[in-house]
Design a binder for this molecule. Structure first.
Ligand code: SF4
Length: 329
């Protein structure tokens, strides 16, 4: 296997560490193993899966899925998927339309998700949606991962049989300064315009994702999350009155390998907890609900994602002590 370009066989390499335990070197132990593994890229996406196993119990995402694009050119600095799935490769519209027909015929689905890292960046997504709706009258479409702009709202509105229950956007940070620093360059007025457009066009609930503990984050950035949520709440109240809802999903920044933030330290649990308490206190208002996963899980995630083969023993020991699918609920 080691002779196949792009394949890394860990057992064929010897790793040395410095006295403090940090990485020193990695050397092949056999001639067939290459000192450097060249990354290989699929230039044309393989055909979409149109005969998946159909579960006979109710599942969470009970619908077909077609990958319309791989890769994302947005370059958010915290995002590992944005880096490792480069470059962007789009599937042709005709292939997507044909795949949707096959999924319906093979599996009986009446809903299909057009999957990609940034669906609204697919060239001609509005045309594709119109084409699919015209061709398959009873088909519902779902579009995950939309960028924050009015185009996305218009796009969602154009979806056939779309119940306007919820719309999700990910500003990630409360201040423009921090959004610029993570390269998620959405100006505040664009954010507010998008939220206003969503409420005006009939949505009553918006879900917003924010990340805590981003590099260079200060308490002012947390205050800015509160201010931003407040402004969006006011827009909702103005358009929809007390029916409007905001769901705030807070996650913890995890430095990921291969990203520009890979060497950044993760914020201490204590600091995260105090920021969380501040947000809980200030966002505890009618029409706003918020959720945040256990910060300990994020610390574990950082250790697992930046660790190397030495973590194999840790994972094995955790399993011996009874850990299996612990994050599943
Ligand atoms: S838009 Fe989404 S997928 Fe693309 S780089 Fe940013 S976070 Fe990653």
């Amino acid at each position: 296997m080691a002779t196949i370009p792009g394949i890394y066989v860990p057992s064929l390499y010897h790793v040395e560490y410095q006295a403090d335990g940090s990485f020193k070197s990695i050397t092949p132990t056999v001639a067939q193993a290459k000192p450097t593994i060249q990354r290989r890229i699929v230039t044309k996406l393989p055909p979409p899966v149109t005969k998946p196993v159909v579960p006979y119990i109710e599942v969470v995402h009970d619908r077909g899925a077609i990958e319309i694009q791989r890769g994302c050119n947005r370059g958010c600095r915290f995002c590992q998927a944005g880096i490792i799935y480069r470059p962007v490769r789009e599937r042709s519209q005709s292939e997507v339309v044909q795949a949707a027909g096959e999924l319906i015929a093979n599996c009986g689905y009446n809903e299909v998700s057009l999957v990609s890292l940034s669906t609204s960046d697919y060239a001609g997504i509005d045309e594709l949606v119109a084409n699919l709706s015209h061709r398959y009258h009873n088909l519902s479409l779902s579009l995950p991962s939309l960028r924050i702009d009015s185009f996305s709202v218009r796009l969602m509105e154009a979806l056939p049989s779309r119940r306007k229950t919820g719309l999700t956007f990910a500003p990630e940070a409360g201040s423009e300064r921090l959004r610029r620093s993570i390269n998620k360059n959405t100006p505040e007025d664009e954010l507010l315009k998008t939220a206003a457009a969503a409420f005006d066009r009939g949505w009553i609930s918006l879900k917003l994702y924010f990340m805590l503990g981003l590099p260079t984050e200060t308490i002012d950035d947390i205050e800015d999350i509160i201010q931003l949520v407040d402004k969006i709440r006011s827009l909702g109240r103005k358009a929809k009155g007390k029916r409007s809802r905001l769901r705030i999903s807070l996650s913890t920044f995890v430095p990921k390998p291969h990203t520009p933030f890979q060497w950044v330290a993760q914020v201490e649990e204590e600091q995260l907890n105090s920021k969380r308490e501040l947000l809980n206190l200030r966002l505890h208002r009618k029409g706003i609900s918020s959720s945040w996963p256990d910060p300990k899980a994020s610390l574990l995630e950082a250790a697992l994602s930046r660790g190397d083969r030495q973590l194999g023993k840790v994972i094995h020991r955790a399993w011996q002590l009874g850990s299996t699918f612990d994050a599943w609920s």
